[in-house]
Design a binder for this molecule. Structure first.
Ligand code: PLP
Length: 439
């Protein structure tokens, strides 16, 4: 199993999910669960959408497979055009992959080869944030800032550098000013560029809202300052939107929500709502230019990228976004969601509630006043020993996680309205209310 402690299942069964309908899924015993994590930040339009199944079947019957190596097919062309039209600014070129890690790999390889082609071959390094997850393949894992998941695979790809993330709750020096904290965090990127040598740095990889660690939104002005720094030193800004694109934050792209212009956007997950795998990157016209000349080739590709069936499903998925105004639904209900989760702050274990759109983290603490967190043993008892199982038993799928400080994460399907958002908060209230007695 992926990223799963398999001994956890020595004395009980692996949950087997057999069916989905709207925001709910069902296990093999017929028990219903509210899918408060959209599977894994994926199922934007919800489960059981026959339109998407039909789009896949139709395309498989017409042309199941053809590569994007020297060929094209109509769905990939149409999807690329549609994504380019939706993407901010001059992000007009699309390179498809099959998922998020490959998208991140592709972005790093593109950055390295771009700089070689324009006569700056010494630029190969990347900067990313502490605790940020950018994928599991060797390049993407090297960019990832989760120190604990790397040692088993070292040595990793050289040239990946960490800077602080934007966890304001754990930034006591800036207790009074989110803006000052944002400026300091962005300036840490400049300091890292200067330390490494500006002519060695190719790109900065940042998520609009950092997932791992428990949903850190950017402080006001953070991305504007990062953009200035990237421009000053000629470094590319890659917005890793594998989670934050396709409505998660109420916009097609997370960068739109915070008003910054990336040079590259990486995406996957919600583009197809998970009915089939697909990912990719959107890059600016400027980055594409050197690849259009002479005998130059972007020497990179994977067999199933932009698969005809995946592209057909992505188009049908975007049709649902438009028909049902899913971005409008998130915008209309995000304040309700925030209020429902903020309402849990009276529980002794709830330290912080943070996020945006339909993407929230609740940080759990031992002591609310001092913000003291749990030690490793307590975390183990709380998360593995109690919370993960209890939330599931109570009918809520979400993520209880301790990569960083312990958090519970929520990312419901974008079709959810007040009733489902309240159901999430009500299950959390009963389970988190009990958690203290299981330490
Ligand atoms: C921000 C980010 N980048 C990259 C990835 C890797 O995507 P995948 O699991 O599709 O390879 C993830 C996965 O959760 C992610 O959240």
């Amino acid at each position: 199993m992926h990223f799963t402690r398999m001994s956890d299942y020595a004395d009980h069964d692996v949950p087997v999910i057999v069916k989905g309908s709207g925001p709910y899924v069902y296990d093999e015993n017929g028990k219903r669960y509210l899918d408060g994590l959209s599977g894994l930040f994926v199922s934007q339009v919800g489960h059981g959408r026959t339109e998407l199944a039909e789009a896949a079947a139709k395309q498989a019957a017409e042309l199941a497979y053809f590569p994007l190596w020297s060929y094209a097919h109509p769905n990939a062309i149409e999807l690329a055009e549609r994504l380019a039209a939706l993407a901010p600014g001059d992000l007009n070129r699309v390179f498809f992959t099959t998922g998020g890690s490959e998208a991140v790999e592709s972005a790093w390889k593109l950055a390295r080869s771009y700089f070689k082609l324009i006569g700056q071959p010494s630029r190969y390094k990347v900067i990313s944030r502490d605790i940020a997850y950018h994928g599991a393949t060797m390049g993407a894992l090297s960019i990832t800032g989760l120190a604990d998941i790397k040692p088993m695979f070292e040595p990793l790809v050289p040239g990946s550098v960490r800077v602080p993330n934007t966890n304001f709750y754990r930034a006591p020096l800036f207790a009074d000013s989110l803006e000052d904290f944002g400026k300091w965090s962005a300036d840490e990127i400049e300091r890292a560029i200067l330390r490494e040598g500006p002519d060695t740095v190719a790109a900065v990889f940042l998520e609009p809202v950092q997932n791992a660690g428990g949903c850190f939104p950017p402080p006001p002005g953070y991305f504007q300052r990062v953009r200035q720094i990237c421009d000053k030193y000629g470094v590319l800004l890659v917005s890793d939107e594998v989670i934050c694109a396709f409505g998660r934050l109420g916009h097609y792209f997370g960068s739109e929500r915070y008003g910054y212009q990336p040079d590259v956007i990486t995406f996957a997950k919600g583009l197809t709502s998970g009915y089939v795998p697909l990912g990719g990157m959107l890059v600016s016209d400027r980055l594409m230019e050197p690849f259009l000349e002479g005998d130059t080739t972007f020497l990179h590709g994977v067999t199933f990228a932009g698969h005809p069936v995946s592209s057909a499903v992505a188009l049908a998925n975007l049709d649902i976004f438009e028909k049902e105004d899913l971005l409008g639904n998130v915008k209309a209900n995000e304040a309700h969601f925030r209020a429902a989760l903020e309402g849990l702050r009276d529980l002794p274990i709830v330290g912080d509630v943070r996020g945006d759109g339909y993407f929230y983290g609740i940080e759990l603490v031992k002591d609310k006043t001092t913000r003291e967190t749990f030690n490793d043993e307590e975390c183990e008892r709380l998360l593995h020993g109690f919370l993960s199982g209890a939330l599931y038993d109570a009918g809520l799928i979400c993520r209880a996680d301790d990569r960083g400080d312990p958090v519970v994460q929520l990312a419901p399907p974008l079709i959810c309205g007040p009733a489902e958002l309240d159901e999430i908060a009500s299950i959390l209230r009963s389970v988190l209310g009990e958690a203290g007695s299981h330490l």
